[in-house]
Design a protein around this ligand. Sequence first.
Ligand SMILES: C[S@@+](CC[C@H](N)C(=O)[O-])C[C@H]1O[C@@H](n2cnc3c(N)ncnc32)[C@H](O)[C@@H]1O
Length: 429
Amino acid sequence: MTPSARLAASVDLLSEIKTLSRKPADAIASDFFRERRYIGGGDRRAVSSLVWDVMRSWYRLSWHLSLAGAEPTPRLLAGACLLFQGTTLKELTEQFADGRFCAGALSLSERNVLTRLKTGALVTETMPLSVRCEIPDWLLPELQQTFGETLEQELTALSETASLDMRVNILRTTREEAQSALRQEGFLTTPTPLSPWGLRFKGRVSVTSTAPFKDGRIEIQDEGSQLVAAALDPAPEMRVLDYCAGAGGKTLALAMMMQNKGHIAACDVSEKRLTGAVKRLRRAGVHNVERHLLVSGDKWTKRRAGSFDRVLVDAPCSGTGTWRRNPDARLRLTQVDIDELLEKQAAILDKAAALVKPGGRMVYATCSILSAENTRQIESFLARHADFRLIAPQSSSLPHALRDCDMISLTPYRDGTDGFFAATLERKE
Ligand SMILES: C[S@@+](CC[C@H](N)C(=O)[O-])C[C@H]1O[C@@H](n2cnc3c(N)ncnc32)[C@H](O)[C@@H]1O
C-alpha cells in the first residue's frame, strides 16, 4: 500500500470506531481487516499503529484541534497525530493525495486547521488536567482520590503502549528453556521482574506463530494477571473454583500452580467464553478442569455450597487498568456503566462467598484502577459478611513485597503491569 492508501485505511477505520462507539475498537478492527483481506500484514500493522496512536491521545488531539477551531474528525485526528509525531505539513499534504485508494486531498479548511495547530508538544500546561491525563472529565475526582500526587504519572503510563507478556507453562517447560526456544526463532525476551513465570517481549511480535505458543509452552498473559492467580495460592490437592473464568486465562495459571492435580471448576455466565477455554486448556496439557455454565437458580452451585478451598472472583469490571491495550474503552465508559458494574460485582461476591469452605479463601480481583470497584467494594463486602476477614496472601509465588499486602494493587507506572487489584478474604472457621 502507498502511504496515502494506509492513511485512507486508517481514516476509514477511525470513522468506523467513531460511528460504532459502543463496540470495542479491537473487534471493529478485526472485522475491518477481515473484510479487506487485500491489506497485508505490514500494512495492517501500520494502519493499526496510527489508529491506536490516535486513540491513545484522543482527548489531547481533540483539544489541540478545538484550539485551532475544528471538530475532531477522523481525518483531522489522523493528520494532527502525524504532525505531532514529526511528519511535516508538506509531507502530510502529500499523504492526503487524490486518486484511487488514496486519502483524498485536504480541503482548504482542513489545511488551515492543520496549519494553525501548535505541534510543539502534545501535552501542555495550559490543558485542563483531565485532558492532560487523557480521561473523561467526570472520572477525574475518583482518580485523584485513588492516586493523589502521582495521578499524572500513573495516567501518562496508562496512555503508553503496553509490553507483551507471556506466562511460561511450567507443566511443559521451564522459563529458561522457553526463553531459549523463542530466541532460536529470533524473538528476544526478558524475564518479568515480579512473576516467576513471565517473559516479556521487546516490541510488538506475532507470538501465536511461534512453536512454544503452538505447543502450549507459553500463553499470552500480562504479568499482573499472573500475579492475581498467584495471590490465590492454590495447592495440588485443593478444590478450586474460578467463578468468572471467561476463556480461562487465570484457570490455566491456577492449573499450572496445582501441577495439574486436585480439581478446578471453571464457571462463567458466558457459554462463548467458556467454550473459548477448551482449546487453550488442551494446548496447555491441562486436565484437572471442569467447565460449568452458570445459569439462574443453578443447582450445581447450591450443591457445592461451602465446599471450595479457594475461590477466585475475577470480576467483570471497568477494565480501566487495561487502557494501555484498549485506549478506546476510556471513550466509551460512563458513570452508569460503573454503577451497574458495582452492583454486579457485589452480587457476584455474595454468591461466590457462599461457595468458600470455612477456613478457605476467596480472592476478589479486577483489572480496574478505580477505588469504587476495588477497596470500597471490599469494604462493603466485609460490612455485609462478618464471617470473612481480609488476610495477606503469603503466596510463595508472589514477590516478597506483595506477600504481606491484604489488598494488592498494581499499576503500569509503579509496576510496569496492567492495572490490577486483588484482595484475599478468608472465611472464618
Ligand atoms: C474479567 S473477565 C474474566 C477473565 C478471566 N478470568 C481470564 O483470566 O481470562 C470477567 C468474566 O466474568 C463473567 N461474568 C459476568 N457476570 C458474571 C456472573 N454473574 N457470574 C459469573 N461470571 C460472570 C464474564 O462473562 C467474564 O468472562
